[in-house]
Design a protein around this ligand. Sequence first.
Ligand code: F6P
Length: 354
Amino acid sequence: MAKRIGVLTGGGDCPGLNPAIRGVVLRAAQAGMECVGLREGWKGMMSGVHVPLTPHSVKDLVGKGGTVLGTSRTNPFKKEQGVEKVLETFKNLRLDALVAMGGEDTLGVACRLYQERQFPVVGVPKTMDNDLSATDYTFGFDSAVTVAMDAAARLKDTGLSHGRVMVLEVMGRHAGWVALFTGIAAAADYVCVPERPIDVDDMVAKVQAAHAAFGTSLVVASEAIDLPGESSASQDGLDDFGHHILKERGVAKCLEALLEKKTGIETRSAVIGHIQRGGAPTLFDRILGTRVGVRAAELVIEGRFGNMVALKGDSAVPVSLAEATADLKIIPSHWLALLDTVTEKTGERAAAVV
Ligand code: F6P
């Protein structure tokens, strides 16, 4: 049985990581094992910088945002001697197993280490983007959408006071889950997601109809949508994992200008950016983080390496890291159909009912 477990958090932080760290440490302690936290994701596994993790030190973590271990988007497979350094740290710290918490990138590294070097690793899925296909939900998503939903309600208040159209840009990278859930939960009039092109005429018609009926209108847009007339080459640089860094693409500003021009209605936009990633985890994310953390420690105890803990229905179950990192989970058609139902032209419907 493993006696000393390393824990790391990689990629973008999100609420739920601290509850998950706590879950691993408490379950490990129950089984007589100790935990060590590696600082800043795979970077810590390369440098060896670490902190002790004890039941005492994780006591109050369940309600804290971010990650106490720090994080980075470091890919050891892209660094000189990176993998060798990871293996060296593992040996130097006398670790028996590693729990890696992250999204497709962090878990992709874990998967390769397991497959190519028989590295004893268990994965914990996290991402506010909710784009990991093997699990129903990832922690971080519920908290991010709750913040975005609140932002949308605030925009609607000021939009109504001024009779304006309001645009809210949210994160989510190449999957539109954050925009989709925010749009549905905040009763947006149009939601732009990367999974399908914007139908500009439809968007303009819906915005105008809602504005006529209710005095304001809200559009929610995901950061990675294709903008009308924009080539993907205008996106920012690439990170260590080859992803476009999407900051400052100006999606919100572009839609603001487009909508003002086409509707003739004064329009304003807001980008909430990293505000979505901060703050205390929601109840859902505290519980989910705790569950997957505890289950990850159990997989270590059982020696079931090369797996990630997935939420399937009401169960936290192991799925292979290979399966977990194979495909990105993007919005399927039945969710888009639901979106279309709830963003039907409200003006016309309201007029028809009257
Ligand atoms: O993957 C999580 C995420 O928040 C994405 O939604 C976003 O595109 C990206 O991280 C931002 O990354 P960074 O924190 O490096 O700016």
